[in-house]
Design a protein around this ligand. Sequence first.
Ligand code: ADP
Length: 492
Amino acid sequence: MYIVQIASECAPVIKAGGLGDVVYGLSKELEIKGNSVELILPKYDCMRYDHIWGLHEAYNGLSVPWFGGAVNCTVHCGWVHGLLCFFIEPHSLENYFHRNCYYGCDDDNMRFAFFSKAALEFLLQSNKRPDVIHCHDWQTGLIPVLLYEIYKHHGMWSPRVCYTIHNFKHQGSAGSDLLWKTGLNREEYYYQYDKLRDNFNPFALNIMKGGIVYSNAVTTVSPHHAWEAQHTEIGYGLGHTLHLHQDKFHGILNGIDNDFWNPEVDKYIPHTFSREDFEQKLYNKKALRERLLLQDADKPLIAYIGRLDNQKGVHLVHHAIYYALQRGAQFVLLGAATEPAIHKWFAHEKEFLNDNPDVHIELGFNEELSHLIYAGADIIIVPSNYEPCGLTQMIGLKYGTVPVVRGVGGLVNTVFDWDYDQNHPPETRNGFVFYETDNTALESALGRAIDLYTHNSQLFRELAIQGMRYDYSWNHPSQEYLDIFEFIRHKW
Ligand code: ADP
């Protein structure tokens, strides 16, 4: 199959979170399985150019219709660790992708509406006719709308669209100017409930809803989250829309890239290891402590890696630091805050705990350090309020780091409680799970993990090695995507 991925991120060149990992890992696996895959991405000024090989101008003078006029774009082409990527650079006063950030601008809806339009215009003008266009999250929700309302009539009748939602919280809201700028125009038509009108605000257009309504298949990133999105508040108001389109809605668990996240070959860690020579992990713990100036003592090392955001249960992350100290454990946090108030809060904690030899708080994004933490920590916590899939627990498992998670979303599909999971025999259990959102709940699970480490280190080691046996690679999920692609290609 000829598959084009259109997205706002692709790791490691553009990565703000899990979306980037998924776009890269899935694309690579689809290629390994014999498909032709190309990616279309924005050309941000702040992306990691050192991860692009052979970047060159591929298409000059791409004219993208916009607000009755046109914006001239250059399309650049290069390889990101073997994947063929096209980067779109608009030349207009708005400087859409020269903002020194990926997201967070007041006009994000217009930036990515423009990107969606430009991506389709590029496919049209360069005569590319993929079998399947795979687009992701609200940033590219307009792709199927534009394809079926405009570009189909220009000869692009063959591509089918699979739309994957990684996070329902951010849906992309806009007013009628979105229609005028993109050339969709007809306000009364798109403001209908069964089109783009927001389910709760009759004056707003909802871009993600458009993606759901118009795509041939819609997926989210774990089976349990697919259920949650339809039946609980986690769908952030889109539950009814998903219900109406349930026949084309699926949950497919994300994978992790086996080459990038693999303790046997990881070039960012000083001591590679596997299940067979698990003792090597201890040297990584030592290296991590040295790097972060933590004391070398016989204590479990607990880690948190992730965005510092309400979604991630920041109050429980904060509580876990002090609970770990109270229980004689060490704690390492690596995270970038998504709001100034949360940054201030953790910056204050960092200063307060600065001289404590058992805690390190690293505020910011640091890919290299994250590998060392996965390799060196004993326990990783994921106390999310909601978690569509979650990658950090899967990466933790791969590195023999025992996950302690809240039982929501993809965490339910990947972590099975050591003491209580009745659906999994003891030899397949891999972590600790709690369900409520209060401190006591977190303590109940983290406490059991610390107890096992302290009182029965042999069993703790077995649990960690047991977790390393899980294959959460892209091998299986990519086949599920291919099955969906095949289906929509022939049956729609
Ligand atoms: P999200 O909701 O942010 O997508 P996921 O668990 O799906 O969360 O993916 C998070 C990814 O981003 C993982 O690869 C994790 O290692 C990485 N990550 C998150 N925060 C940081 C950080 N501050 N530094 C380095 N890597 C990070």
